[in-house]
Ligand binder design. Structure first.
Ligand code: RB5
Length: 153
């Protein structure tokens, strides 16, 4: 699977660690930046191109990093077809995919250590959407919001 990864300054170091682990595990990695540590850079500049690549299917799944994982998740979820969530625990890394079809995992470089982050990423990547009717129904209700009338936006 081709995996996309992106980070601002808050997730920059973690991005490099995770990209290294992913390549070692034989994943093809598409790096959407940042390509250098720039303390004032902005997470949407990296996370949005990653999210667009996930939505287009250019990458199978995405890993979005910032200081907390929150800004990255908010930005990624603005892109239609993206289901992103900030994850800190093993259970959620798996269940977010199985129940909610999460396709972008968001992790905080300032809140999660590299070993736990790598466990979260491996768990996320090996999980599959269950396809259970109730979960398909819920995911479809969320997807319908992407085409809702402007009044609700
Ligand atoms: C940047 O300082 C920080 O706000 C950002 O990386 C992220 O944590 C936002 O959610």
């Amino acid at each position: 699977m081709r995996i996309g990864i992106a980070a601002d300054h808050g997730g920059f170091e973690l991005k490099n660690r995770l990209a290294e682990e992913l390549r070692r595990a034989n994943y093809e990695v598409a790096d959407f930046g940042a390509y250098a540590f720039v303390p004032g850079d902005d997470y949407p500049d990296f996370v949005v191109p990653l999210a667009e690549a996930v939505a287009r299917g250019d990458v199978g799944r995405g890993i979005a990093l910032c200081g907390s994982g929150i800004g990255a998740g908010i930005a990624a979820n603005k892109i239609c077809g993206v289901r992103a969530g900030a994850v800190h625990d093993h259970f959620t890394a798996r269940q977010g995919v199985e129940d909610d079809a999460m396709n972008v995992i968001c992790i905080g470089g300032r809140t999660v250590g590299p070993s736990v982050a790598w466990d979260l990423v491996q768990t996320f990547l090996s999980a599959q959407f269950s396809g259970a009717e109730r979960h398909q129904r819920r995911v479809a209700k969320v997807a319908a919001l992407e085409h809702a009338p402007a009044a609700v936006h």
